[in-house]
Design a protein around this ligand. Structure first.
Ligand code: GDP
Ligand code: MG
Length: 441
């Protein structure tokens, strides 16, 4: 729900606030969860600190415990940290042939991921892809890519024994140009540990082809270590995105958080198995739930939030049913509608109002109309807004002129206000008969 709306509700209802003690107790649990998920210690520490600041003093939803509320805040903050790009799966592959360089340690899943991505680009985006293995250290590595290529129906650069990585990369570029490929993917060699030679090799290739994307493939199970690897690769070669593999395992994916927090690099994809289809675009939501291992609580808090909103709507309704629906209220309603893209918004949230919302919408109630109506209300004085009955002909003229509209527009607005106020009052009366209470459930 929109922040603005909750802002409105906050003014209407006085809720309890999270105390420092509540926050601290809950965060102790969260800290354990983060460390268990392999989030690196400094990252976990910083993260907790920032949540602590945000959470202390925040309003507590009635239907949950403060602890659960903190978890919800933690969850939202996790998602914010994990989110790197609006569309992480969108690779820069314009100006064909676009080179994509795959780097990472040995065994991290580079070759597998190269083929997975090639398959995806071919099938989802209709791209013509060429794959080339630059792994001259292990003879079997080149064949591995070739076999995968045959399996997924993607071409691989013919293997020529004795070439160095840069020569192969250049040959791939030539072949890609001549063959009309959209993309050529370069699968580099890895080592068990980062060493100068490995980095130099990748840097040379980078300088030779100037890749559009340099994707770092990291084993998501390695936790802390993954971050060091990422930092090193980024410093020395420059990385445009990260692919976390083995996220199908038992690991809780804390590496994702550490990676984002320390390197700031967007995570683009996650590998979810050995099969060629086992790759997905990175989804912060999913990983956040997994890192916390508290998905149920988050769902619970979300549910509670809904309940709270219903309670708040009810409180608003009570006021309205006493005939206290004024122009300010109408303005709020209109703004909510605008924000939520239509009448289904707040009106829909109020029991019994859904039908009316529909009627208004059918009467050609679009965004432009709403904007004009808000302008009319804005050109009223405070007193007029609180009590529209004050509006006499001369005042109406002034208001309409102030909003650059006709008096007839204003009359329409006033009529609508009257109808809404009446309707709410009537519903209030029904409420005394118990119907309202029933509708509230
Ligand atoms: P490279 O040395 O970086 O090229 O790594 P490979 O691509 O050869 O992968 C090493 C091993 O990890 C292979 O057995 C792959 O099948 C496996 N692998 C790669 N990605 C994943 C993944 O996302 N999940 C799982 N479970 N295994 C993977
Ligand atoms: Mg390999």
């Amino acid at each position: 729900l929109s922040e603005r709306l909750s802002g409105v509700f906050d003014r209407l209802t006085k809720q309890g606030a999270l105390s420092e003690e509540d926050v601290r107790t809950a965060l102790r649990e969260v800290r354990v969860a983060l460390l268990e998920a392999d989030v690196s210690l400094p990252v976990a520490r910083n993260f907790i600190k920032s949540v602590e600041k945000k959470a202390t003093g925040q309003a507590v939803t009635k239907s949950v415990t403060p602890g659960q509320q903190v978890v919800k805040i933690v969850h939202d903050e996790l998602i914010a940290t994990l989110t790197g790009e609006a569309d992480p799966g969108k690779l820069k592959i314009d100006s064909p042939p676009a080179p994509i360089l795959m780097v990472g340690l040995q065994g991290s899943g580079k070759t597998t991921t190269t083929a997975k991505l090639a398959k995806r680009l071919k099938e989802r985006e209709g791209k013509k892809v060429l794959m080339a293995s630059l792994d001259v250290n292990r003879p079997a590595a080149m064949e591995q890519l070739q076999i995968l290529g045959v399996q997924i129906g993607v071409d691989t650069l013919p293997i020529v024994k004795g070439e160095d990585p840069v020569t192969i990369a250049k040959r791939a570029r030539t072949q890609a140009s001549l063959g009309g490929y959209d993309i050529y993917m370069l699968d580099t060699a890895g080592r068990l540990h980062i060493d100068a030679e490995l980095i130099q090799q990748a840097a040379d290739v980078r300088d030779a082809v100037n890749p559009r994307e340099t994707l770092l493939v990291v084993d998501g199970l390695t936790g802390q270590d993954a971050v060091n690897v990422a930092t090193e690769f980024d410093d020395k070669i420059g990385v445009s995105g990260v692919v976390l593999t083995r996220m199908d395992g038992d690991g809780r994916g804390g590496a994702a958080l550490s990676m984002r927090a320390i390197t700031g690099k967007p995570i683009r994809f996650v590998g979810l198995g050995e099969k060629m289809e086992a790759i997905e675009t990175f989804e912060p939501q999913r990983i956040a739930g997994r890192i916390l291992g508290m998905g149920d609580i988050v769902a619970l808090v979300e549910k509670a939030q809904e309940v709270l909103e219903a309670e708040q709507a009810e409180r608003m309704m009570k006021r309205f049913t006493k005939g206290q629906f004024n122009m300010n209220d109408l303005k709020t309603q209109l703004e909510q509608m605008q924000k939520m893209g239509g009448m289904e918004g707040i009106m829909g949230m109020m029991p019994g109002m859904g039908k009316m919302a529909k009627q208004v919408q059918e009467a050609g109630f679009d965004d432009k109309v709403i904007t004009r109506q808000i302008a009319l209300i804005q050109s009223m004085t405070k007193k007029e807004r609180a009590n529209p009955a004050l509006l006499q002909a001369s005042r109406k003229k002034r208001i309409a002129a102030g909003a650059g509209q006709d008096v007839s527009d204003l009359n329409k607005l006033l009529k609508m206000h009257r109808q809404m106020a009446d309707m709410m009052k009537k519903m209030g009366k029904m409420g005394k008969g118990g119907m309202m209470k029933q509708a509230m459930r």
